[in-house]
Design a protein around this ligand. Sequence first.
Ligand SMILES: NC(=O)c1ccc[n+]([C@@H]2O[C@H](COP(=O)([O-])OP(=O)(O)OC[C@H]3O[C@@H](n4cnc5c(N)ncnc54)[C@H](O)[C@@H]3O)[C@@H](O)[C@H]2O)c1
Length: 245
Amino acid sequence: MEFEGKTVLITGAAVGIGRACAIRFAEQGAAVVATDVDPDTLAALAEELSAYGDKILTVVCDAGDPLSVDAAVRRTTETFGGADILVNNAGLWRCKTAFVDTPAEEWEKFIRVNILGAVYFTRALIGGMIEKRWGRVINVASVAGVYGNANMAHYSATKGALISFTRALAKEVSAQGVTVNAVSPGSVSPSEERDIDYTQPSDLSFTGRTGTARENADLICFLASDKAGYISGQNIQIDGCRKKQ
Ligand SMILES: NC(=O)c1ccc[n+]([C@@H]2O[C@H](COP(=O)([O-])OP(=O)(O)OC[C@H]3O[C@@H](n4cnc5c(N)ncnc54)[C@H](O)[C@@H]3O)[C@@H](O)[C@H]2O)c1
């Protein structure tokens, strides 16, 4: 199996793309550390992943809180000796506020989770990857970070920053066997849907539908695999050929 002997840590793993990643990595033999700030949905995921035995660890963790991140990484290290693959997926995105009406606290909240969350986890885990001379960091950004979405200026800015972070960091660590990439989803099926193959019509893409959680997870799994060892510093859009920018 592709990820036998590898450990993946996923943030925001309880629902949506994160949950689909947890399922797909577990199915392919990885030890999975699923972290999320929401204890209830994370408990449901733990139950769901129990079929994969003792290679699953769930940890309640606020990605935007450095102490909480350190504690989650400590448990990961105690349990599995570190993580080979990091999927920085936790993100806040539900917002529709004109820039002029968006308070500073809202900017700070989005920056804390969407940018600093990825920074804290990456900083804590990348040393171990460099030591092993093998590692994968995959940041879940957004087409909003590429095109910019009206009434989502703060969200768009954080995802743009995540893409730049990806490109810069890749230049520092690729020579040491660690690839760093971003994926930028367009419209994804609602994360409330439990079926990871669920899709619905969407006029935001030329394919006329939303992307499934599985499609997003499978792109992330590919970037995490040995097959993608020569891909680094990229932002790959998974948006069904986006119409509106
Ligand atoms: N859904 C979309 O259409 C879409 C489009 C583009 C990008 N994205 C990105 O994909 C990622 C996942 O989105 P989704 O829609 O699949 O899931 P979602 O937004 O429904 O859920 C995200 C998960 O992250 C968790 N989370 C939120 N704040 C957290 C924190 N501080 N620490 C840890 N976990 C936290 C939530 O509890 C939840 O389980 C996000 O980064 C989002 O910006 C989503």
